[in-house]
Design a protein around this ligand. Structure first.
Ligand code: FES
Length: 149
């Protein structure tokens, strides 16, 4: 039975490797920065056209994103995309982090199958929204006291 399970697992892994890059598999199986950040400076929840939702939290130190966290109810490639976009954003100045695009996430993941490319867009869009949440909070600091995120 153990041998059968091992060979089934091997077949599944070979299948995945024929579709996804090593980086995608790594980030999907061992996501970085997963989870909510307490006392975040910026947060966004965004649902893409496919119906999957991503949340991103950011903490700032000066003008830099010191820490970013994410959560998604989406597929493995959206997990990989959330993991990668939070990695790309960490230690970036805000204006540079705002420039992180779907293509940047795709490039850092060594590509995604065409039908999954929108997962990278979901991640890049959610990051932008989290940054704009932070920027809007600068104008309305009282909002922090009513926060339920
Ligand atoms: Fe919707 Fe991946 S299928 S984000």
């Amino acid at each position: 039975m153990d041998d059968e399970l091992d060979s089934l697992q091997q077949m599944i892994e070979e299948d995945m490797r024929s579709i996804y890059s090593k980086t995608v598999i790594d980030h999907a199986m061992n996501p970085r920065n997963m989870g909510r950040l307490k006392d975040a400076d910026g947060w966004a929840r965004y649902t893409g056209p496919c119906g999957d939702t991503m949340e991103i939290w950011i903490k700032l130190s000066g003008d830099k994103i010191e820490q970013a966290g994410f959560f998604t109810d989406g597929c493995g490639t959206s997990i990989a995309s959330g993991s990668m976009v939070t990695e790309l954003a960490t230690d970036k100045e805000l204006d540079k982090a705002l420039e992180i695009s779907q293509n940047d996430v795709l490039a850092a993941l060594d590509g995604l199958p065409e039908e999954s490319e929108h997962c990278a867009l979901l991640a890049a869009t959610t990051l932008k929204l989290a940054i704009s949440d932070y920027l809007s909070r600068l104008k309305e600091p009282w909002r922090k006291h009513y926060d339920r995120r």
